[in-house]
Design a binder for this molecule. Structure first.
Ligand code: Z5A
Length: 212
């Protein structure tokens, strides 16, 4: 696959959707295909951005606009220092969350205006957009139940069910608006069934690239 331009793939979904499982499935496929790649995440993925992540997830309280600005501040460091250089060097990038999360969480979840998010997206992301986004869609109750079994909750995870229902609606609206890029995975199913869906999407994505 080294004749192909490096691709940028993002993973999205609300709490407990199974993004870590998805990451493992994709990395196994890429190893099999011998694609050079890096794994990264948002907020974070770079030294300064990881410090901002700490503030975002573990502060006692943050104003919604502060939260949004910090997400984009971390994203700017991540894009400039990690994502763009990796793509330029021919490495594929798999990011656990990217800009769709800001629309879902800060837009739908916190109720901040689209125009503000769009402005920040233009400023920070520009044309460094994901080529493919896997949206792991899970019923929020099931997702919260899974996540509760996993670890202690951070600041954002302490929100109520209604908040996560709004996030889910936000993500589904994004999927409707960008059907070519965002592929919805039914993450309510068993891990094996989810894995199969992800592999199918990735195989289709690869064969489309080979056709171009
Ligand atoms: N955030 C934001 O607000 N705005 C932004 O712009 C960005 C992010 C970029 C940190 O993200 C927070 O930042 C996040 C959104 C916000 N807050 N929340 N909520 P994060 O991605 O680092 O944190 P996370 O959402 O908590 O995700 P996670 O922990 O990395 O992964 P996950 O998708 O929630 O789930 P998981 O760890 O892969 O799986 C959870 C458990 O369920 C685990 O034990 C699995 O083994 C199990 N699991 C997974 N799939 C299945 C299936 N299919 N069946 C049964 N059990 C399963």
């Amino acid at each position: 696959m080294d004749q192909l331009t490096a691709q940028f793939i993002s993973l999205e979904g609300s709490e407990g959707a199974g993004k870590s499982t998805a990451m493992n499935v994709i990395t196994a496929l890429f190893e099999d295909w011998q694609v050079p790649f890096i794994q990264t995440r948002e907020p974070g993925g770079e030294g300064n951005a990881e410090q901002i992540r700490e503030l975002l997830l573990h502060s006692d309280h943050l104003e919604a606009k502060t939260e949004l600005l910090l997400m984009f501040a971390a994203r700017n460091e991540h894009i400039v220092k990690v994502i763009r250089p990796a793509l330029a060097a021919g490495q594929w990038v798999i990011s656990d969350r990217f800009v769709d999360a800001s629309y879902a969480y800060q837009g739908w979840g916190r109720g901040l205006q689209w125009q503000t998010i769009e402005y920040l997206e233009q400023l920070v992301v520009g044309n460094t957009q994901a080529n493919l986004t896997l949206l792991l869609d899970v019923d929020p109750e099931l997702g919260l139940e899974r996540a509760a079994r996993r670890s202690e909750k951070d600041r954002i995870e302490q929100e109520n069910l209604r908040f996560f229902e709004n996030i889910r609606s936000g993500y589904m609206q994004r999927a409707k608006a960008y059907p070519n890029r965002i592929k919805v995975i039914d993450a309510n199913l068993s891990i094996d069934a989810v894995k199969l869906q992800i592999e199918n999407v990735l195989r289709d994505f690869k064969s489309d690239l080979l056709k171009v």
